[in-house]
Write a protein that binds this ligand. Structure first.
Ligand code: ADP
Length: 391
């Protein structure tokens, strides 16, 4: 039986050199004085160029002399190399800015590891060009900052526009109302109708401006944190809606709710939107039944506002949270299509989520979750229930 033929040492070395040159990184074996003794092709491109190296020169100073690195980088790598060669640290690894070209800074990731094998005492240095990654992340950062600026400007615009519109609108509204009081029934029927249109238009515009102002205030950095008893918040909201509740004979059941650490005004606005919608979108054939309760699954606190109203076709479950989105804008119910957008912004500002479960004609259940860590107490002891259960 003949033994397999082993490659000769020359052949092994040649193969090794081909492999080294094919690497997309610069690699060098350094002697104990930090001088390159074996290098690959990429090393010339990235570190020392075609500079003839005097045997006494350490590689960071060579890189500086060949013009491929700036002096500060050469000094930083020199310090790391000295530490590794002297055994003061196990490894040097750093992302360094090596030079500047017409597009900006060039970056390399440098790694120097000690080599202590028999008679050889030195190190291996490796460099990878990471300029593209750096430029990409710089671009992304710049885009993010730009987007944040644009967003801030837009919010400011919405605030200023709606705020400055309020004053002239108030004047228009009060004159139109005066006109209605003085001349309604004293002119011809067409004139009465026109006055009604004007009064309603002014009312709708005023509601829109109020909602836009509330929306733009949400992005202000003025976060207030206090202990907010959600049970009290719901009672306050219901007090504000008592005429509507009485007129519609709505039946509202409120289960024990927790106290959370949050901004009281934001939470009141959130619950106000959900509860007033539950009454507003009641079914014409039945009295509104609304139930409000909370479940803590240990991870998230979920608050539910369930009604037996007109319901929402599942195709529109996401759409209703979009700004100005109204499913039946001409059904006689007042609205601006901003309430649920505000609710969503508030919930998301706490790292929570809001969604709706419903089918058309069979009531809607709006749910929002907040991190359970926000709970500071319950108004009455309520058991922690597994996710998905309801009290
Ligand atoms: P608005 O009530 O001012 O129109 P919202 O943003 O509060 O605006 O709600 C958006 C739309 O979602 C409403 O126009 C309505 O079509 C639908 N909607 C909201 N709440 C309910 C609900 N409880 N039941 C049925 N539809 C609802």
């Amino acid at each position: 039986m003949s033994l397999p033929k082993l490659p000769s040492p020359d052949m092994l070395l040649a193969t090794w050199n081909v492999l080294l040159d094919a690497l997309p990184a610069a690699v060098a074996l350094l002697d104990g004085g930090g001088r390159p003794v074996v290098i690959n092709a990429e090393w010339k491109r990235m570190v020392v160029g075609d500079h003839p190296w005097p045997l006494t020169e350490r590689y960071p100073s060579l890189a500086e002399k060949s013009g491929l690195w700036n002096a500060a980088t050469a000094a930083q790598v020199e310090a790391g190399l000295a530490d590794v060669l002297a055994g003061r640290r196990d490894m040097f690894q750093e992302e360094v800015e090596v030079a500047v070209d017409i597009f900006g800074s060039r970056w390399q990731r440098v790694q120097i590891l000690p080599v202590d094998r028999g008679s050889f005492d030195g190190a291996v240095a490796m460099h990878i060009d990471i300029t593209q990654q750096h430029r990409l992340s710089d671009d992304l950062l710049e885009q993010k900052v730009n987007l944040e600026d644009i967003n801030r400007e837009l919010q400011r615009f919405v605030y200023v526009a709606s705020h400055d519109l309020q004053e002239p609108l108030r004047t228009v509204a009060s004159f139109v109302q005066l006109l209605a009081r003085r001349y309604k029934g004293r002119l011809d029927p067409d004139a009465d109708e026109i006055i009604d249109f004007a009064v309603n238009g002014a009312k709708r515009m005023s509601a829109l401006i109020q909602d836009l102002l509330s929306y733009s205030r949400l992005t202000g950095a003025h976060y207030h944190v206090a202990e907010v008893d959600l049970g009290h918040v719901v009672l306050d909201v219901l007090r504000g809606l008592d005429t509507l509740v009485a007129e519609t004979k709505s039946n509202i059941v409120v289960h024990p709710l927790p106290t959370v650490l949050a901004d009281p005004i934001r939470l009141a606005s959130l619950l106000q939107n959900l509860i007033s919608n539950a009454i507003k979108y009641r079914h014409p054939d039945r009295r509104a039944q609304i139930e409000i309760f909370a479940v803590n699954d240990g991870d998230m606190l979920t608050i539910t506002v369930a009604d037996n109203g007109i319901g929402i076709d599942p195709a529109y479950h996401d759409k209703v949270f979009e700004m100005f989105e109204r499913l039946f804008p001409h059904d006689g119910r007042d609205g601006t299509g901003i309430g649920l957008t505000i609710a969503q912004r508030i919930v998301e500002s706490y790292g929570g989520r809001i969604w709706v479960e419903s089918t058309e004609g069979h009531g809607s259940t709006f749910l929002f979750s907040l991190p359970a860590g926000m709970i500071s107490a319950w108004s009455r002891p309520t058991p922690v229930l597994p996710s998905g259960d309801s009290p």
